[in-house]
Design a protein around this ligand. Structure first.
Ligand SMILES: [Cu+2]
Length: 279
């Protein structure tokens, strides 16, 4: 058996906010416009290039002067556990036919410095206005007997395509406010095309055929979110305002009580160091 889910005693909230005025922020621009029907979604999706799951909504609409930055790191504090291993030798011929080695769990990816990967940092409250969903859909693939990406984020109304790149049966199972699914998918040409409408954080996907398969999808109402990368870092470019910042991770929770509230001014960088512990 791998690690257990220890509940750690709650400590003090360990994060700090400091404001550093900066000029000349380098910002990316992402186009945003509404999509329409499933055929258009499929056309917009490059199914050979699966969304990596770690890209950000470091989002700009062209008005770069009217933004501030929220940046920082998500750090895990506590006992370390190795990934859970599903040995190749314990798998049935279906997965053995596409894998060359054991599968490692991705639910708790922490580096030597405590950086926690795949934490979702998003603006939970305070974003004004309506933000059109990107026209390009998000793709959740069942490939090599795992979900790729392991963690995905979609915007309300954005196209969401579930596909199976393996030439054998997976069964997509999920239950949430958006949809309950129990859908066998047995060939690469089979797609499930969605456009979910409700904000929801941490929707679990499982496969009945392969017990270790697990993926997570969150639905947010705007583009101000990011998944932490290998170094646990995050960076959001947001309009000036006062925001409640949310942090979610499938295996960890934020340490301490209270909310992460940040007042963002134009051109300033606000640094949040967020400490997590096991759930
Ligand atoms: Cu499966």
């Amino acid at each position: 058996m791998g690690r257990s889910r220890l509940v750690h005693p709650r400590g003090l909230t360990r994060f700090s906010v400091r404001n550093i005025a900066v000029l000349g922020l380098s910002l990316f621009v992402l186009a945003a416009c509404g999509g329409s029907d499933p055929d258009e979604l499929l056309e917009a999706a490059d199914l050979s290039d699966i969304y990596a799951g770690s890209s950000s909504a470091f989002f700009m609409d062209g008005d770069r002067e009217a933004r501030g930055t929220i940046t920082g790191k998500v750090i895990y504090k506590g006992r370390r556990f190795p990934p859970k291993v599903t040995p190749l030798s314990a798998m049935k011929p279906d997965c053995r036919s596409v894998l060359t080695g054991d599968l490692m769990s991705e639910d708790f990816l922490v580096n030597d410095n405590g950086a926690l990967k795949n934490a979702l940092v998003w603006i939970q409250e305070g974003i004004a206005g309506t933000w059109p969903a990107p026209s390009e859909p998000i793709v959740l693939d069942q490939k090599g007997c795992r979900y790729i990406p392991h963690v995905a984020v979609i915007q309300v109304g954005q196209g969401f395509i579930i596909k199976n790149s393996d030439n054998f049966l997976h069964n997509v199972k999920t239950a949430s406010a958006n949809e309950t699914m129990n859908t066998p998918m047995s060939r690469p040409s089979q797609l499930a095309v969605k456009r979910w409408r409700k904000t929801e954080i941490g929707i679990e996907f499982k496969c009945d055929v392969h017990s270790w398969m697990q993926g997570w999808v969150s639905v947010v109402s705007h583009p101000f979110w990011i998944l932490t990368g290998d170094d646990g870092s995050f960076k959001l470019s947001v309009p000036p305002g006062t925001y409640k910042v949310g942090v979610w991770h499938e295996s960890c929770q934020r340490r301490g009580e209270g909310t992460l509230t940040v007042k963002v001014k134009t051109g300033e960088i606000n640094t949040l160091d967020i400490t997590m512990e096991l759930k």
